[in-house]
Design a protein around this ligand. Structure first.
Ligand code: ATP
Ligand code: MG
Length: 367
């Protein structure tokens, strides 16, 4: 069959690369004619707001999915009236607004930090009074890679946050003093079967994900059980089909949900080279109704994001166990343009390889 994908960025590209070996075809929709997904699959260039391109996608695809959650609600409903959409549009509707996300976590008893919405200067001050200081002020919509966020440490910072972000509806969150961050990635099939990846240990810098590691030694089986139970509630409540990700803060008292993504996730990119079945393949399997694949990790591995610039390719390729994924995008400040997965037979060998790879990644990256 043909899978229509809303969004033609690197996630769409990697979904397409996983779909073809299964015998599926793909068509992408993105307003940017240079979208890197278009290098590997047919790309329809068009805006989400326009019924023309959406109608074309629903005509050409047997199932529609997303690699990008900021598709307008009306576009998702327009498609759902015409063709099978997976994950369900409700998941998209929830995940594109940080307030709805937090409200759903609260409804499902998924622990999350204190939060409050704010639409005016006065509400912002009240919201900060509710969460306490320090707090993180975020735009409810369209944030990614830490964009649209402002940390408030003193009452005097509230004004600066308002000036920076107040043009849009806001959400204030208490700053969570976490030990580290993990993501839970799971695929749910049309029959309700769930395939869960091990929790991934994620390191951010400047609000941008830099490194992800499955099977990290600071993740315990208690964390795994807790995340699985919380994730199950979310998947069932949304009658979810496809890959879903929840980012958690790990604290002394357990996991606190940060946000969800109704799609494959950057922290799961290691799975292309490091897992029995990649998150991209499992998303495709789920939405076309195939049995889900084994999610176990094959070898110790780490994924590094390439931010702003690509590291030296020849130097990377000279290191054994290194898998390079360049998205074919132009480098610019803070932009994710590729990733590198390092694999090894054991942790000692992995550490030795990482010691060679990390300087190459850092030398090319900004920030
Ligand atoms: N309430 C908080 N307390 C402490 N740190 C936070 C908080 N909110 C965000 N951060 C830090 O900023 C990072 C990015 O925040 P968040 O996940 O909300 O933004 P995002 O822009 O959607 O990021 P991405 O798209 O990369 O997931 C988090 O992974 C975490 O490191
Ligand atoms: Mg995040």
């Amino acid at each position: 069959m043909t899978i229509s994908i809303l969004g033609g960025g690197q996630l769409g590209r990697m979904l397409a690369l996983a779909a073809y070996p299964l015998g599926e075809r793909v068509v992408l929709l993105d307003p940017n004619p240079e979208s890197c997904g278009g290098h590997v699959a047919p790309l329809v260039v068009g805006r989400w707001q326009d019924p023309g391109p959406l109608a074309e996608l629903s005509r050409r695809g047997d199932v529609v999915t997303f690699e990008f959650e900021n598709v307008p609600d009306e576009a998702a409903r327009f498609l759902a009236d015409r063709v099978d959409v997976a994950p369900p549009p409700e998941a998209l509707w929830v995940a594109q607004d940080r307030l709805r996300e937090k409200q759903l976590f609260t409804e499902l008893d998924i622990p999350t930090g204190p939060y409050a919405p704010a639409a005016t200067r006065a509400e912002l001050a009240e919201a900060v009074a509710h969460t306490g200081l320090p707090a993180v002020v975020k735009t409810r919509r369209f944030g990614y890679d830490g964009k649209g966020q402002h940390v408030v440490r003193t009452p005097a910072d509230v004004e600066a946050a308002w000036l920076a972000l107040g043009a849009a509806p806001l959400l204030v969150e208490a700053f969570v003093p976490f030990a580290f961050e993990v993501s839970a990635i799971a695929a749910r099939g049309r029959d309700g079967a769930v395939a869960r990846y091990p929790l991934v240990d994620n390191v951010h810098r400047g609000g941008i994900l830099r490194e992800s590691r499955p099977a990290s030694d600071r993740v315990t089986s208690a964390h795994e059980r807790e995340a699985a139970a919380l994730m199950d509630r979310l998947l069932e409540r949304l009658d979810y089909v496809g890959v879903c990700t929840v980012e958690f803060f790990v604290t002394d008292t357990g996991l606190l949900a940060n946000e969800m993504a109704p799609r494959v996730h950057n922290s799961g990119h290691y799975s292309i080279d490091g897992a029995q079945t990649s998150q991209f393949e499992n998303h495709v399997r789920a939405i076309v109704g195939l049995p889900l694949g084994d999610t176990r990790t094959l070898l110790p591995c780490v994924m590094f994001n390439c931010i702003g610039g690509m590291p030296d390719r020849a130097a990377l390729c000279a290191i054994p166990g290194v898998r390079l994924h360049s998205y074919g995008k132009r480098g610019s400040t803070g932009r994710k343009i590729g990733h590198v997965t390092v694999l090894a037979a054991d942790e000692a060998e992995l550490a030795a390889r990482v010691a060679r790879v990390r300087p190459l990644i850092d030398a090319a990256a900004d920030g």
